[in-house]
Design a protein around this ligand. Sequence first.
Ligand code: SAH
Length: 268
Amino acid sequence: MESNFTTKDTYLKHFSPRTYLETYYTFGPSISKESEILMHNLRKLSETFSLGRVKGDLLIDIGTGPTIYQLLSACESFKEIVVTDYTDQNREEVIQWLKKEPGAFDWSSVVKYVCELEGDREKWAEKEEKLRERVKQVLKCDVTQAQPLGPASLPQADCLLTAYCLEAACKDLPTYQQALKNLNSLLKPGGFLVLICALKSNYYMMGNERFSCLPLTQEEIEASLEKAGFMSEQIDVFPLNFSRTYTYNEGILYLVGRKLNTSMGIQN
Ligand code: SAH
């Protein structure tokens, strides 16, 4: 049976970084559901990275998209950050911001919010510079491949971060489980996985275009992680949904897990 799930080719042809950013990451004076979810994720990320539990040399963000919000706390705890995405125009959007090119998306109100969480709103320009300095590479990535980063040779990371990517990239549960196994190989034994997922979501809109999502429950995610050689250490489900005009979902899952130390963990 042919699946209608959004293909990789559709991402290349139809994913609009600007429409995505304007829909989901406008951080205006009126608090939308999208902003509430963003603020929640920023608080969780700040807790994870600022308390000193999750730190190290290398963090790889998988499916970065056109966004950098997810790295604002992590850049204080990791010396090097590598960002990755399948879609060329998303990597270009991030590079525009990194290089401070004219017309780059303005993340400053989000950066100020994170600085406020971390104790000093006035340090936002410094944080932007720190993040720009810490991002060492912007790479193509395909989570459905055994080597998601292709021929790029990187040391195994101390932390993998991935927000809203796997449910967009994987058409069914076996593909999702395999993608987690593929990612496992990029991480050191004992290394951390930070995962953000819109639960039970089956689509998200970008302008008039509908992009598929794999609807996942917390239990399916936990079981998939276990099969892929991870253990979950912290799971929170935030009972907030995106605006119904943009997305269907039933809460937002925030999870911190670790790659198992033993060789018993995974079989490919
Ligand atoms: N992390 C961002 C973007 C999520 S949107 C955020 O938090 O908002 C989903 C992202 O998954 C898109 O950027 C898309 O290009 C990427 N993606 C889709 N299929 C992929 C694949 N097979 N491998 C890697 N990334 C993929």
